[in-house]
Design a protein around this ligand. Structure first.
Ligand code: NAP
Ligand code: MN
Length: 266
């Protein structure tokens, strides 16, 4: 990490995590890093917490392209975005002193609501009916009208989000080396009048998914970008594409994506 020296800690504000961050700041200073108080001055951003904290760190610092992100887990184990454990200082020192580190890149998705607001997601964009009534989405892939969805909602995940919400609804786990989008259904209604594909599907990163919210009174869906809610009323359409931007993280030895999947789920 020779050329990257300015390090910012993104932490929860409870006393325990703050004390842990303080301890790590001292350690980082000992190894020649400048710990900065403003993330804009950083070229390494470290989250302390779990995967949820990592997602927040990336979002709150603006999906920086010129930064390396790293997650330090304070929970019992390592997780999908946390390659370091708070008690394993040796591993952190090793990464800090390594001459050449490998960088891995996680694809992100771009979401545009009603041609106006654009957001990025690292895990997924989710859209679901805000009321008990089902809602209807016209699903378009590029210029093709693909299906009319009626049900609770849909989850559109980036590869690293495939092990999160997407997996809970039986989506496939996707290797982040494949830049693509996965579309998974939430409780679709299927009968002689309404028909959807019924399985998750994976779109090439070149494609564009458009969801048109049918205006039948149910036009205030709950939308989520990773772990943050998006409060927009009267939504008409949402366009989801792979963004050209990737989140860079430190790639350690013996810690491939599939090793993480095995460690987390098997
Ligand atoms: P949360 O509701 O507190 O936690 C959801 C769980 O998902 C946590 O155990 C979290 O890990 C884990 N997680 C987050 N990203 C993951 C990933 N890429 N692969 C595997 N597990 C992951 O919310 P949160 O911690 O802020 O995480 C937000 C994510 O929760 C959303 O992006 C969505 O994917 C997921 N979620 C899942 C469901 C569901 O499965 N039914 C429903 C809503 C949201 P940590 O404990 O390490 O934070
Ligand atoms: Mn969490």
């Amino acid at each position: 990490m020779n050329e990257r020296r300015n390090l910012y800690f993104y932490t929860l504000k409870d006393n325990k995590t703050l004390a842990q961050a303080d301890e790590l700041s001292h350690l980082a200073s000992q190894y020649g890093f400048n710990v900065v108080n403003n993330s804009n001055d950083a070229n390494i951003i470290v989250s302390i917490g779990g995967d949820g904290a990592f997602l927040q760190a990336v979002r709150n610092t603006g999906f920086r392209q010129d930064c390396l992100y790293a997650g330090i887990s304070t929970t019992g184990s390592l997780s999908m975005y946390c390659d370091f454990h708070i008690d394993d200082k040796e591993k952190m020192i090793k990464a800090m002193t390594e001459e050449q580190i490998e960088v891995r890149r996680y694809p992100t998705i771009n979401v545009t609501v009603d041609d106006q607001s654009t957001f990025k997601c690292l895990n997924e964009f989710s859209i679901r009916s805000g009321i008990i009534k089902t809602f209807v989405l016209e699903v378009h892939i590029d210029d093709l009208h693909f299906e009319t969805f009626r049900g609770d909602g849909m989850v559109i995940s980036a590869p690293t989000g495939s092990t999160a919400y997407n997996k809970s609804v039986n989506g496939a786990v996707v290797d982040p080396m494949l830049p693509c989008l996965q579309v998974s259904e939430l409780a679709s209604l299927n009968n002689n009048r309404y028909r959807t594909l019924g399985s998750s599907f994976i779109l090439s990163g070149e494609r564009k998914l458009k969801l048109e919210v049918v205006q039948d009174g149910n036009d205030y869906p709950s939308m989520g970008m990773d772990n943050e809610a998006l409060g927009i009323q009267h939504v008409k359409q949402v366009v989801i594409e792979l963004s050209g931007e990737k989140i860079k993280t430190v790639k350690l030895k013996d810690n491939s994506f599939w090793e993480k999947v095995k460690r987390t789920f098997l």
